[in-house]
Design a binder for this molecule. Structure first.
Ligand code: AMP
Length: 225
């Protein structure tokens, strides 16, 4: 049964490859809330060939941030949808101070606020090793790792048997660029949420189950479930 609460708007922060997607999926299941990944939303825009897809792809290929204007539009549209009425698990946004301020503005307009921000803390060298072997199931977003969490049959999704792919931007040189972009903005972002007493830091360099337990405990305390 999903826990009872009036509203749970949750943000996950952390470097690329810190496990935000995996943990967001687990939390979304546990709390029966939509998992919003801005990375996935952007790749969808590209795949669907929308008007802004071409522009977005240039940023994605280089590991650069997509413009605030594009991001704000996408986020507002998504959060305003019916399935977010009880809350959401947002991951990949905000990535810098300006986006945090924009997000607060968007939520205020909708009469809402963020309940908690969880930062998954993982050292850079661990990230590079993790992303090198990461495999994705495009249909569901399920994530595997060739060494840490291999699929039962090599190269195939456990549930559907469909082919797994590597992400283009998981190549080491692009990962290093993504980490540079992350660190450029991370400190100010953390300060912002720490000053509002919204930030919890979780050690992301542990097993998926342990991280999930730590996240669940901190979120549970915050929303009283
Ligand atoms: P992710 O899957 O979260 O690592 O995101 C993949 C890529 O999408 C990033 O390298 C950025 O190019 C873009 N992206 C995702 N979220 C944002 C955001 N909040 N602001 C700008 N660009 C973003």
């Amino acid at each position: 049964m999903s826990p009872t609460f009036s509203s749970l708007n949750l943000v996950l922060l952390g470097p690329p490859g810190s496990g935000k997607g995996t943990q967001a999926r687990l939390l979304a299941e546990r709390y029966q809330l939509p998992h919003i990944s801005t990375g996935d939303m952007l790749w969808d825009e590209v795949a669907n060939g929308t008007g802004i897809g071409g522009e977005i792809q240039k940023n994605l290929d280089r590991g650069e941030l997509v413009s605030d204007k594009v991001m704000s539009g996408l986020i507002l549209q998504r959060i305003d949808r019916e399935d977010c009425a009880r809350g959401f698990i947002l991951e990949g946004y905000p990535r810098k101070l300006g986006q945090a301020e924009l997000l607060d503005g968007i939520l205020a307009e909708l009469g809402r606020r963020i309940e908690q921000v969880v930062l998954l803390d993982v050292p850079d060298d661990v990230i590079v090793a993790r992303l090198k072997g990461r495999l994705i199931h495009p249909g569901s977003g399920r994530v595997y790792h060739v060494v840490e969490d291999p699929p039962k049959k090599p190269g195939a999704d456990n549930l559907t048997g469909e082919a797994l792919v590597e992400r283009d931007d998981d190549r080491e040189e692009v990962v290093r660029d993504r980490l540079r972009v992350y660190h450029r903005h991370a400190r100010a972002l953390m300060e912002y949420y720490r000053n509002r007493d919204q930030l919890v830091v979780v050690d992301g360099n542990q097993s998926i189950a342990r991280v999930a337990q730590a996240m669940d405990e901190s979120v549970g305390v915050r929303v009283g479930v």
